[in-house]
Design a binder for this molecule. Structure first.
Ligand code: 5GP
Length: 210
């Protein structure tokens, strides 16, 4: 039986540790395909074009929008972020589980386009931990941290629209929880209707003595 690829959206407040979580998950389980987004945000220290993001100018990004080459895009704290179509569609066709690590507005657009997508939200154990993580990361200025916290307040209003939440307390446990949540989706009846129809037909034929 061919296993169909699942489209998984992972969101979470800035600083919650989604990046580390995704890195561990994809390194441990080789069958996941992590989509690389395009953004107009400048690279952080250590980030490389084509690895963390495809870094674009505003004009280049707007060209991608115009040419309809993005599944979704959103403006987040003054920068554009978007998911290129090609990779996602290609990987899904090959039966791989594709992960999009994107913010809430984009997640909701994905849900409209792909109603079967699995939407997961990563939570911090508490608000203070979120702030400490944002500060100790040391990649953002105070102003950017403030803007991201304000955005987290807005995002927190809509988290019920996601299917599941994971509290990122212990990295190891969070990776395992994420993996088993995704894995369980493969067994949903609604994702296996081709198999159901086939077995129904076979049993019927068997019962008739064919
Ligand atoms: P950061 O600047 O910290 O890398 O990302 C800021 C936010 O943008 C995060 O919440 C991240 O998940 C989100 N993001 C990254 N790529 C995309 C994308 O392609 N589309 C959307 N809508 N959000 C994205």
């Amino acid at each position: 039986m061919n296993r169909k690829g699942i489209l998984i959206v992972v969101s979470g407040f800035s600083g919650v540790g989604k990046g580390t979580l995704m890195k561990c998950l994809t390194e441990r389980y080789g069958h996941y395909a992590l989509s690389i987004s395009a953004t107009t945000r400048p690279p952080r220290k250590g980030e490389e074009d084509g690895r963390e993001y495809f870094f674009k100018t505003k004009e280049e990004f707007e060209q991608l929008i115009k040419e309809e080459r993005l599944i979704e895009y959103a403006c987040y704290c003054g920068n554009y972020y978007g998911t290129p179509c090609d990779y996602v569609e290609d990987q899904m066709e090959q039966g791989r589980d594709v992960i999009l690590e994107i913010e809430l507005q984009g997640a909701l657009k994905v849900r409209q386009k792909y109603p079967e997508a699995l939407l997961l939200f990563v939570m911090p154990p508490d608000a203070q931990t979120l702030l400490s993580r944002l500060q100790t990361r040391g990649t953002e200025t105070e102003d950017v941290i403030r803007a991201r916290l304000e955005r987290a307040v807005e995002e927190s209003q809509d988290v019920e629209k996601y299917d599941y939440m994971i509290i990122n307390d212990d990295l190891e446990q969070s990776v395992e929880k994420l993996h088993s949540l995704i894995e369980s989706q493969h067994y949903k009846m609604s994702r296996n209707l081709d198999f159901v129809r086939q077995i129904r037909k076979e049993i019927k034929e068997l019962a008739k003595g064919e």
